[in-house]
Ligand binder design. Structure first.
Ligand SMILES: Nc1ncnc2c1ncn2[C@@H]1O[C@H](COP(=O)(O)OP(=O)(O)OP(=O)(O)O)[C@@H](O)[C@H]1O
Ligand SMILES: [Mg+2]
Length: 270
């Protein structure tokens, strides 16, 4: 199946088929002295967009790394598509705060890098057309030969999105992917992210510090307590899709923001 065939998927809402399941996941560092995460249960359904928001150091990145198979949990199970996650997998895509493109490789060469690492140079070359199609999808058509130093921060993050999508992951794990961008670029990229997720029927899980960002993008927002992180509330966001930035001025949007803020403030004084 090509990238473009995957884009014509049926949009499955938050009540769709469960794809990702976490049961009783905990993580302890430093021989148990640092309890980063405690008893996290989570189900992500196909095509849903969920966010986690919580204070700095509460264990969000740890959670994402466990979900991606980069770090083993101290307790509990992580299952994706019925199979336990025991290491990195082809069906999981991950994106971090910084784009981390290799400066000596062109944009196109950066995008096909995961294929090159996994399957070798010839397979990566065979993916060039797909990489170009992805560049078009994120609005970077014509930039395949540009070097990372010639891209703006937002453009570099778009290239990083392409690099994440080239392996056709079913699940996208996003750790504050646009937090290094200015507010305008960030709003724009969030709407782009929504479009890409909807077009590809991707299941997405986003870590963010921004309450409005969580609300505008998500079907469900999970609020995390201070460390050891656990979910203290799951808020279903009942706003129609596709979402647009002007929804941020609606009273309903404001009431979601207020509710999440109150929950976070409660945690701050625990
Ligand atoms: N490899 C590690 N070894 C020891 N402690 C760690 C390690 N990684 C994270 N921690 C600790 O676990 C806790 C959670 O860290 P984590 O990076 O998951 O937080 P976070 O919620 O992503 O924070 P932020 O919002 O600042 O990104 C912190 O107290 C951190 O110091
Ligand atoms: Mg983090």
């Amino acid at each position: 199946m090509t990238v473009l065939e995957r884009t014509i998927g049926e949009q499955v809402g938050p009540r769709g088929r469960p794809v990702y399941e976490l049961r009783g996941v905990a993580k302890y560092y430093a021989h148990g002295h640092v309890r980063a995460l405690e008893e996290v249960d989570l189900t992500l359904t196909e095509g849903s967009f969920s966010s986690v928001i919580g204070p700095s150091g509460c264990g969000k990145t740890t959670l994402l790394k466990i979900m991606a198979g980069l770090v083993p949990p101290s307790k509990g199970q992580v299952v994706l598509e019925g199979k336990p996650v025991t290491g990195t997998r082809r069906d999981i895509g991950m994106m971090f705060q910084q784009a981390t493109l290799f400066p000596w490789r062109s944009t196109l060469e950066n995008i096909v890098l995961p294929i090159e690492i996994r399957d070798g140079k010839a397979s990566a070359k065979a993916k060039h057309d797909e990489a170009r199609a992805l560049l078009k999808l994120v609005g970077l058509e014509g930039f395949e030969n540009a070097m990372p130093s010639e891209l703006s921060g937002g453009m570099a993050q778009r290239a990083a999105i392409c690099r994440m999508l080239i392996t056709q992951p079913a699940v996208l794990l996003l750790d504050e992917p646009f937090s290094a961008l200015d507010e305008l670029a960030r709003d724009f990229m969030n709407m782009e992210l929504q479009r890409i997720c909807m077009e590809r029927s991707a299941t997405a899980f986003l870590v963010t510090h921004s309450i409005p960002e969580a609300v505008i993008l998500s079907d469900i927002v999970y609020v995390m307590s201070p460390r050891p992180g656990r979910f203290v509330e799951a808020i279903h966001i009942d706003l129609p899709r596709p979402r647009s930035l002007d929804m941020m001025t609606e009273p309903k949007f404001g009431s979601y923001v207020k509710r999440i803020r109150a929950q976070l403030d409660k945690g701050a004084f625990l």
